[in-house]
Each structure stands twice: as C-alpha cells, then as structure tokens.
Ligand binder design. Structure first.
Ligand code: AMP
Ligand code: ZN
Length: 111
C-alpha cells in the first residue's frame, strides 16, 4: 500500500522514533508546529478516525494508554492531542494519527 506512515512503520522511510511497541509507533513530526510535536500511530493501517469501529477500537484505547507514557518519557507536563479526520479537516496523511503538541509556544486557541 502506498502509505507513507505504513512505510515509516516498516522502516522503508526513516523517522525519528520516540516510542514503539507491538501495536503502536510514535515519532517526531517532520514539520513541527510547536516546540515538541510527536505523531502517534497504530502500526495497522486505519485511514482515519471515521474508520474506528468495534473491531479496532482497542487499538485506539491502547494509543491513549501509551500517550501518558510518552509524555512521561519525554518530560511533557502539558500537551494537546489533535486528530484531523478528512481532507477538509486538514488530514494530509490517510493513516490514523494523533498529534501530541507541547511546549511554551502552545497557544490557547484550538483553531
Ligand atoms: P495531518 O495534516 O493531520 O494529516 O498530519 C500529517 C502530519 O504528518 C503533518 O504534521 C506532517 O508534518 C507529518 N509528516 C508527513 N510526512 C512525515 C514524515 N515523513 N515524517 C514525519 N512526519 C511527517
Ligand atoms: Zn498506512
């Protein structure tokens, strides 16, 4: 499948790894929007939040169990989690991912 995040998971495209286990991969965003900008993805290809269902929601639960571990590991005391679902919401990579944004330059505005 021609998916850049699947290629990152299988090592075809290099990335700056932050965390990995059997189900999840996390890496630094190549174009950070704040002091720290980490992407957390399931290793399994799921296109977007709109495809979360009873067969794969445990993966999403797992991602949200992993996020505090990443925060602790990286020393992030505060952060924002963002998911863009659909091109018109700003989703440019069609592999489910959660942005973790942190740093003193983080504004209060959501949009
Ligand atoms: P979104 O706009 O929500 O789909 O987010 C996609 C994110 O992936 C953007 O913040 C990009 O900067 C990031 N991105 C795209 N390609 C790479 C890459 N090869 N390594 C790391 N981050 C990437
Ligand atoms: Zn993929």
């Amino acid at each position: 499948m021609d998916c850049i995040f699947c290629k990152i998971v299988n090592g075809e495209i290099p990335s700056s790894k932050v965390y990995e286990d059997d189900k999840v991969y996390a890496f630094n965003d190549i174009n950070p929007q704040s002091d720290r900008h980490i992407l957390v993805i399931p290793k399994e290809h799921i296109c977007c939040a709109n495809r979360i269902d009873e067969t794969n929601s445990s993966l999403v639960a797992h991602i949200f169990e992993v996020i505090p571990k990443i925060a602790a590991q990286e020393g992030l005391e505060f952060y924002r989690i963002i998911n863009n679902c659909g091109e018109k919401a700003g989703q440019t990579v069609m592999h489910l991912h959660f942005h973790i944004l942190s740093g003193e330059n983080l504004g209060e505005r959501l949009v």
